[in-house]
Write a protein that binds this ligand. Structure first.
Ligand code: AMP
Ligand code: MG
Length: 375
Protein backbone atom coordinates (compact mmCIF):
# COMPACT_ATOMS: atom_id res chain seq x y z
CA UNK A 1 0.00 0.00 0.00
CA UNK A 2 1.19 3.53 -0.73
CA UNK A 3 1.30 5.68 2.39
CA UNK A 4 0.84 9.41 1.74
CA UNK A 5 3.10 11.49 3.98
CA UNK A 6 1.59 14.92 4.53
CA UNK A 7 3.40 17.70 6.39
CA UNK A 8 1.14 20.18 8.17
CA UNK A 9 2.30 23.27 10.04
CA UNK A 10 -0.09 23.85 12.95
CA UNK A 11 0.67 27.58 12.99
CA UNK A 12 -0.66 28.15 9.45
CA UNK A 13 -2.98 25.36 8.45
CA UNK A 14 -6.03 25.56 6.23
CA UNK A 15 -9.07 23.41 5.64
CA UNK A 16 -7.56 22.27 2.33
CA UNK A 17 -4.63 20.69 4.19
CA UNK A 18 -7.08 18.20 5.71
CA UNK A 19 -9.23 17.43 2.67
CA UNK A 20 -7.55 14.17 1.66
CA UNK A 21 -7.11 12.95 5.25
CA UNK A 22 -10.76 13.66 6.09
CA UNK A 23 -11.93 11.90 2.91
CA UNK A 24 -9.74 8.91 3.79
CA UNK A 25 -11.19 8.69 7.31
CA UNK A 26 -14.79 8.97 6.11
CA UNK A 27 -14.20 6.16 3.63
CA UNK A 28 -12.80 3.73 6.21
CA UNK A 29 -9.09 4.36 5.56
CA UNK A 30 -6.42 4.92 8.20
CA UNK A 31 -4.59 8.17 8.95
CA UNK A 32 -1.86 8.61 11.59
CA UNK A 33 -1.78 12.08 13.16
CA UNK A 34 0.03 13.96 15.92
CA UNK A 35 -1.57 14.58 19.29
CA UNK A 36 -0.13 16.31 22.36
CA UNK A 37 0.52 12.90 23.99
CA UNK A 38 1.83 10.58 21.22
CA UNK A 39 0.93 10.00 17.55
CA UNK A 40 -2.41 8.25 17.01
CA UNK A 41 -3.47 5.82 14.28
CA UNK A 42 -6.97 6.99 13.36
CA UNK A 43 -9.98 5.36 11.72
CA UNK A 44 -13.76 5.95 11.73
CA UNK A 45 -14.92 4.84 15.19
CA UNK A 46 -18.39 3.95 13.80
CA UNK A 47 -16.91 1.61 11.19
CA UNK A 48 -16.09 -1.89 12.42
CA UNK A 49 -14.00 -2.55 9.29
CA UNK A 50 -11.85 0.52 9.95
CA UNK A 51 -11.27 -0.69 13.52
CA UNK A 52 -10.33 -4.14 12.23
CA UNK A 53 -7.83 -2.48 9.89
CA UNK A 54 -6.28 -0.59 12.82
CA UNK A 55 -5.70 -3.85 14.71
CA UNK A 56 -4.23 -5.45 11.61
CA UNK A 57 -1.87 -2.54 10.81
CA UNK A 58 -0.52 -2.48 14.37
CA UNK A 59 -0.51 -6.23 14.86
CA UNK A 60 -2.59 -5.46 17.96
CA UNK A 61 -4.64 -8.14 19.76
CA UNK A 62 -8.29 -7.43 18.97
CA UNK A 63 -9.38 -7.53 22.63
CA UNK A 64 -7.40 -4.36 23.27
CA UNK A 65 -9.91 -1.51 22.84
CA UNK A 66 -9.28 1.75 21.00
CA UNK A 67 -9.67 5.28 22.37
CA UNK A 68 -12.32 7.33 20.55
CA UNK A 69 -11.26 10.93 19.87
CA UNK A 70 -13.66 13.87 19.64
CA UNK A 71 -13.17 17.59 19.01
CA UNK A 72 -15.88 19.17 21.19
CA UNK A 73 -17.92 18.02 24.17
CA UNK A 74 -21.27 17.63 22.37
CA UNK A 75 -19.74 14.94 20.16
CA UNK A 76 -19.77 12.66 23.22
CA UNK A 77 -23.59 12.31 23.13
CA UNK A 78 -23.98 9.64 20.43
CA UNK A 79 -21.06 7.59 21.82
CA UNK A 80 -22.31 6.93 25.36
CA UNK A 81 -25.45 5.72 27.09
CA UNK A 82 -25.28 8.45 29.73
CA UNK A 83 -22.97 11.20 30.93
CA UNK A 84 -22.26 11.13 34.67
CA UNK A 85 -21.63 14.43 36.50
CA UNK A 86 -18.05 13.32 37.13
CA UNK A 87 -17.43 13.23 33.38
CA UNK A 88 -18.71 16.77 32.94
CA UNK A 89 -16.58 17.99 35.83
CA UNK A 90 -13.43 16.31 34.51
CA UNK A 91 -14.10 17.56 30.98
CA UNK A 92 -14.59 21.11 32.25
CA UNK A 93 -11.24 20.98 33.92
CA UNK A 94 -9.04 18.85 31.64
CA UNK A 95 -10.52 18.81 28.12
CA UNK A 96 -9.20 19.35 25.60
CA UNK A 97 -6.15 17.56 26.97
CA UNK A 98 -4.37 14.33 27.87
CA UNK A 99 -7.22 12.67 29.79
CA UNK A 100 -9.25 9.65 28.60
CA UNK A 101 -12.55 8.74 30.27
CA UNK A 102 -14.16 5.29 30.26
CA UNK A 103 -17.97 5.48 30.04
CA UNK A 104 -20.78 3.07 29.18
CA UNK A 105 -21.05 2.90 25.42
CA UNK A 106 -24.05 3.48 23.17
CA UNK A 107 -25.17 1.04 20.48
CA UNK A 108 -23.65 3.22 17.76
CA UNK A 109 -20.12 2.23 18.72
CA UNK A 110 -19.35 -1.22 17.33
CA UNK A 111 -17.78 -3.84 19.61
CA UNK A 112 -14.81 -4.01 17.25
CA UNK A 113 -13.87 -0.50 18.36
CA UNK A 114 -14.14 -1.34 22.07
CA UNK A 115 -12.46 -4.73 21.93
CA UNK A 116 -15.75 -6.43 22.79
CA UNK A 117 -16.44 -4.29 25.89
CA UNK A 118 -19.68 -2.49 26.80
CA UNK A 119 -17.67 0.57 27.74
CA UNK A 120 -15.92 3.11 25.53
CA UNK A 121 -12.79 5.21 26.11
CA UNK A 122 -13.13 8.85 25.01
CA UNK A 123 -10.64 11.68 24.73
CA UNK A 124 -10.62 15.21 23.36
CA UNK A 125 -7.06 16.00 22.28
CA UNK A 126 -5.74 19.57 22.52
CA UNK A 127 -3.27 19.31 19.64
CA UNK A 128 -4.50 21.76 16.97
CA UNK A 129 -3.89 19.29 14.11
CA UNK A 130 -5.73 16.45 15.87
CA UNK A 131 -8.62 18.73 16.77
CA UNK A 132 -8.93 20.11 13.24
CA UNK A 133 -8.67 16.67 11.64
CA UNK A 134 -11.56 15.31 13.75
CA UNK A 135 -13.66 18.41 12.94
CA UNK A 136 -12.97 18.21 9.22
CA UNK A 137 -13.72 14.47 9.15
CA UNK A 138 -16.99 15.06 11.02
CA UNK A 139 -16.90 11.66 12.72
CA UNK A 140 -15.43 10.33 15.98
CA UNK A 141 -11.93 8.92 15.37
CA UNK A 142 -10.84 5.68 16.99
CA UNK A 143 -7.11 5.95 17.53
CA UNK A 144 -4.65 3.87 19.50
CA UNK A 145 -1.01 4.89 19.62
CA UNK A 146 0.51 4.78 16.12
CA UNK A 147 3.19 2.16 16.76
CA UNK A 148 3.57 -1.50 15.90
CA UNK A 149 2.06 -3.42 18.81
CA UNK A 150 4.62 -4.01 21.57
CA UNK A 151 7.06 -1.32 20.40
CA UNK A 152 7.55 2.05 22.11
CA UNK A 153 4.81 4.58 21.26
CA UNK A 154 5.60 7.12 18.55
CA UNK A 155 6.28 10.76 19.33
CA UNK A 156 7.50 11.87 15.88
CA UNK A 157 6.32 11.21 12.31
CA UNK A 158 9.64 9.43 11.63
CA UNK A 159 8.77 6.86 14.31
CA UNK A 160 5.40 6.24 12.66
CA UNK A 161 7.06 5.83 9.27
CA UNK A 162 9.42 3.23 10.81
CA UNK A 163 6.54 1.13 12.12
CA UNK A 164 3.61 1.70 9.76
CA UNK A 165 4.83 2.90 6.35
CA UNK A 166 3.09 0.82 3.66
CA UNK A 167 0.47 -0.44 6.11
CA UNK A 168 -1.75 2.63 6.42
CA UNK A 169 -3.12 5.25 4.02
CA UNK A 170 -1.62 8.46 5.36
CA UNK A 171 0.75 9.86 7.97
CA UNK A 172 0.35 13.52 8.94
CA UNK A 173 3.70 14.93 10.01
CA UNK A 174 3.07 17.70 12.53
CA UNK A 175 6.36 17.63 14.43
CA UNK A 176 7.07 16.17 17.86
CA UNK A 177 4.42 15.39 20.47
CA UNK A 178 4.90 17.75 23.43
CA UNK A 179 4.04 15.39 26.27
CA UNK A 180 5.48 12.16 24.90
CA UNK A 181 3.49 9.75 27.12
CA UNK A 182 -0.02 8.45 26.46
CA UNK A 183 -3.08 9.95 28.15
CA UNK A 184 -4.17 9.32 31.72
CA UNK A 185 -7.10 6.85 31.63
CA UNK A 186 -9.89 7.20 34.22
CA UNK A 187 -12.69 4.64 34.59
CA UNK A 188 -15.94 6.43 35.49
CA UNK A 189 -18.11 3.30 35.28
CA UNK A 190 -17.06 2.32 38.83
CA UNK A 191 -17.24 4.09 42.19
CA UNK A 192 -14.89 5.43 43.31
CA UNK A 193 -13.46 6.25 39.89
CA UNK A 194 -10.18 4.47 39.10
CA UNK A 195 -7.04 5.52 37.27
CA UNK A 196 -6.26 2.68 34.85
CA UNK A 197 -3.20 4.28 33.30
CA UNK A 198 -1.14 7.14 34.79
CA UNK A 199 -0.23 10.03 32.50
CA UNK A 200 0.39 13.76 32.35
CA UNK A 201 -2.79 14.46 34.38
CA UNK A 202 -1.65 13.21 37.79
CA UNK A 203 -3.68 11.74 40.65
CA UNK A 204 -3.14 14.99 42.59
CA UNK A 205 -4.69 17.00 39.76
CA UNK A 206 -7.61 14.57 39.41
CA UNK A 207 -8.32 14.63 43.16
CA UNK A 208 -8.99 18.37 42.96
CA UNK A 209 -12.09 17.39 40.95
CA UNK A 210 -12.79 13.84 42.24
CA UNK A 211 -11.35 13.70 45.80
CA UNK A 212 -11.82 9.93 46.21
CA UNK A 213 -10.29 8.74 42.92
CA UNK A 214 -7.80 5.87 43.35
CA UNK A 215 -5.30 3.96 41.25
CA UNK A 216 -6.36 0.60 39.88
CA UNK A 217 -4.19 -2.01 41.65
CA UNK A 218 -2.47 -3.01 38.43
CA UNK A 219 -1.04 0.51 38.01
CA UNK A 220 0.99 0.30 41.20
CA UNK A 221 2.47 -3.13 40.72
CA UNK A 222 6.22 -3.30 40.56
CA UNK A 223 6.76 -6.89 39.51
CA UNK A 224 5.44 -9.43 37.10
CA UNK A 225 2.41 -10.65 39.01
CA UNK A 226 -0.20 -12.32 36.87
CA UNK A 227 -2.69 -12.48 39.75
CA UNK A 228 -3.27 -8.73 39.36
CA UNK A 229 -5.33 -8.34 36.21
CA UNK A 230 -5.21 -4.96 34.51
CA UNK A 231 -8.62 -3.34 33.97
CA UNK A 232 -7.41 -1.53 30.86
CA UNK A 233 -7.01 -4.56 28.62
CA UNK A 234 -4.03 -2.98 26.87
CA UNK A 235 -2.06 -2.68 30.10
CA UNK A 236 -1.68 -6.45 30.42
CA UNK A 237 0.43 -6.80 27.29
CA UNK A 238 4.15 -6.35 27.15
CA UNK A 239 4.52 -2.82 25.91
CA UNK A 240 6.95 -0.16 24.90
CA UNK A 241 9.68 -2.76 24.86
CA UNK A 242 12.99 -2.09 23.13
CA UNK A 243 14.65 -5.03 21.37
CA UNK A 244 17.55 -5.21 23.83
CA UNK A 245 17.26 -6.48 27.38
CA UNK A 246 16.30 -3.51 29.55
CA UNK A 247 17.18 -3.35 33.25
CA UNK A 248 16.27 -0.48 35.60
CA UNK A 249 18.53 0.39 38.53
CA UNK A 250 16.87 2.01 41.48
CA UNK A 251 18.26 3.44 44.73
CA UNK A 252 20.80 5.99 45.88
CA UNK A 253 22.00 7.87 42.80
CA UNK A 254 25.69 7.10 43.41
CA UNK A 255 24.96 3.41 43.86
CA UNK A 256 22.84 3.41 40.70
CA UNK A 257 25.71 4.96 38.77
CA UNK A 258 28.26 2.44 40.07
CA UNK A 259 25.98 -0.52 39.33
CA UNK A 260 25.31 0.63 35.78
CA UNK A 261 29.02 1.19 35.13
CA UNK A 262 29.82 -2.27 36.44
CA UNK A 263 27.21 -3.99 34.28
CA UNK A 264 28.02 -1.93 31.20
CA UNK A 265 31.75 -2.57 31.47
CA UNK A 266 31.33 -6.29 31.83
CA UNK A 267 28.98 -6.49 28.81
CA UNK A 268 31.26 -4.31 26.68
CA UNK A 269 34.24 -6.45 27.62
CA UNK A 270 32.37 -9.51 26.41
CA UNK A 271 31.85 -7.77 23.05
CA UNK A 272 28.20 -6.76 23.50
CA UNK A 273 26.63 -3.43 22.66
CA UNK A 274 25.21 -1.45 25.54
CA UNK A 275 22.74 1.41 25.90
CA UNK A 276 22.52 3.66 28.94
CA UNK A 277 19.40 5.70 29.62
CA UNK A 278 20.51 8.56 31.82
CA UNK A 279 19.81 12.10 33.02
CA UNK A 280 21.73 15.42 32.90
CA UNK A 281 22.93 14.83 36.45
CA UNK A 282 24.90 11.67 35.61
CA UNK A 283 25.33 11.59 31.84
CA UNK A 284 28.85 13.07 31.77
CA UNK A 285 30.17 10.53 34.26
CA UNK A 286 29.47 7.53 32.04
CA UNK A 287 31.93 8.87 29.47
CA UNK A 288 34.58 7.41 31.75
CA UNK A 289 33.66 3.91 30.57
CA UNK A 290 36.34 3.26 28.01
CA UNK A 291 37.34 0.41 25.87
CA UNK A 292 40.28 -1.67 26.88
CA UNK A 293 41.64 -1.64 23.31
CA UNK A 294 41.98 2.15 23.25
CA UNK A 295 44.08 2.21 26.40
CA UNK A 296 47.45 2.54 24.66
CA UNK A 297 46.43 5.38 22.37
CA UNK A 298 46.60 9.03 23.33
CA UNK A 299 45.11 12.43 22.42
CA UNK A 300 42.83 12.83 19.42
CA UNK A 301 43.47 9.41 17.98
CA UNK A 302 42.37 7.92 21.25
CA UNK A 303 39.07 9.78 21.30
CA UNK A 304 38.47 8.85 17.69
CA UNK A 305 39.32 5.21 18.24
CA UNK A 306 36.96 5.06 21.18
CA UNK A 307 34.22 6.67 19.18
CA UNK A 308 34.63 4.36 16.21
CA UNK A 309 34.95 1.22 18.22
CA UNK A 310 32.44 2.08 20.86
CA UNK A 311 29.47 -0.13 21.28
CA UNK A 312 28.28 2.12 24.06
CA UNK A 313 25.22 4.27 23.38
CA UNK A 314 24.46 6.88 26.01
CA UNK A 315 21.16 8.72 25.87
CA UNK A 316 20.60 11.66 28.21
CA UNK A 317 16.89 12.53 28.27
CA UNK A 318 17.04 15.57 30.55
CA UNK A 319 17.29 16.77 34.09
CA UNK A 320 15.89 14.68 36.92
CA UNK A 321 14.26 17.91 38.14
CA UNK A 322 12.36 18.37 34.89
CA UNK A 323 9.93 15.48 34.61
CA UNK A 324 8.20 16.91 31.55
CA UNK A 325 11.51 16.75 29.69
CA UNK A 326 12.14 13.15 30.83
CA UNK A 327 8.63 12.11 29.76
CA UNK A 328 8.99 13.76 26.35
CA UNK A 329 12.29 11.97 25.62
CA UNK A 330 11.58 8.49 26.96
CA UNK A 331 10.07 6.67 23.96
CA UNK A 332 12.44 8.38 21.53
CA UNK A 333 15.37 7.08 23.60
CA UNK A 334 14.04 3.51 23.62
CA UNK A 335 13.71 3.68 19.84
CA UNK A 336 17.24 5.10 19.57
CA UNK A 337 18.62 2.04 21.37
CA UNK A 338 16.80 -0.22 18.91
CA UNK A 339 18.30 1.64 15.98
CA UNK A 340 21.77 1.46 17.53
CA UNK A 341 21.29 -2.27 18.05
CA UNK A 342 21.93 -2.13 21.81
CA UNK A 343 21.76 -5.67 23.21
CA UNK A 344 21.70 -4.60 26.86
CA UNK A 345 20.13 -1.39 28.08
CA UNK A 346 20.60 0.00 31.58
CA UNK A 347 18.28 2.72 32.82
CA UNK A 348 18.36 4.93 35.88
CA UNK A 349 15.07 4.91 37.81
CA UNK A 350 13.23 8.21 38.22
CA UNK A 351 11.25 9.57 41.18
CA UNK A 352 7.67 8.36 41.24
CA UNK A 353 5.76 11.45 42.44
CA UNK A 354 3.59 13.47 40.04
CA UNK A 355 4.39 12.85 36.40
CA UNK A 356 7.13 10.47 37.59
CA UNK A 357 4.40 7.90 38.24
CA UNK A 358 3.64 7.75 34.51
CA UNK A 359 7.31 7.80 33.53
CA UNK A 360 8.14 4.85 35.80
CA UNK A 361 4.96 3.00 34.77
CA UNK A 362 6.09 3.05 31.11
CA UNK A 363 9.73 2.33 31.93
CA UNK A 364 8.85 -0.64 34.18
CA UNK A 365 6.57 -2.10 31.53
CA UNK A 366 9.25 -1.61 28.89
CA UNK A 367 11.65 -3.51 31.16
CA UNK A 368 9.12 -6.28 31.86
CA UNK A 369 9.46 -5.22 35.55
CA UNK A 370 13.15 -6.05 35.49
CA UNK A 371 14.19 -3.69 38.32
CA UNK A 372 17.27 -4.02 40.50
CA UNK A 373 17.46 -2.20 43.83
CA UNK A 374 20.92 -0.98 44.82
CA UNK A 375 22.31 1.09 47.68
P1 AMP B 1 -3.41 3.19 23.24
O1 AMP B 1 -4.42 3.62 22.27
O2 AMP B 1 -2.28 2.47 22.66
O3 AMP B 1 -3.03 4.35 24.11
O4 AMP B 1 -4.18 2.17 24.13
C1 AMP B 1 -5.46 2.47 24.58
C2 AMP B 1 -5.54 2.08 25.99
O5 AMP B 1 -6.85 2.36 26.46
C3 AMP B 1 -5.30 0.60 26.20
O6 AMP B 1 -4.51 0.39 27.33
C4 AMP B 1 -6.71 0.09 26.37
O7 AMP B 1 -6.74 -1.10 27.09
C5 AMP B 1 -7.38 1.24 27.10
N1 AMP B 1 -8.83 1.24 26.90
C6 AMP B 1 -9.49 1.59 25.78
N2 AMP B 1 -10.82 1.41 25.92
C7 AMP B 1 -11.01 0.91 27.16
C8 AMP B 1 -12.16 0.51 27.90
N3 AMP B 1 -13.38 0.56 27.37
N4 AMP B 1 -11.96 0.05 29.15
C9 AMP B 1 -10.73 -0.01 29.69
N5 AMP B 1 -9.60 0.37 29.03
C10 AMP B 1 -9.73 0.81 27.79
MG1 MG C 1 -0.33 1.90 22.74
Amino acid sequence: MNTVIKKIDASRMASSDFKEAADFLRSGKLVAFPTETVYGLGGNAYDSTASARIYAAKGRPSDNPLIVHISSFIEIDPLVSGIPDEARALADRFWPGPLTMILNKSDRIPKETTGGLDTVAIRMPSHPIANRLIKEAGIPIAAPSANASGRPSTTKAEHVIEDLNGKIDMIIDGGSSDIGLESTIVDLTVKPALILRPGYITIEMLREVLPDIEYDKAVLKRMRDDSIVAKAPGMKYRHYAPKGELTIFEGDIGAVFRAIVREAESRLKAGHSVGILTSDELAGNYKAIEHADAKDLSGDSRDKAIQEKSKLYIRDIGSRNNEAEIAAGLFDALRYFDEAGAEYIYAEAFNEGGLGQAIMNRLMKAAGYNIIKVN
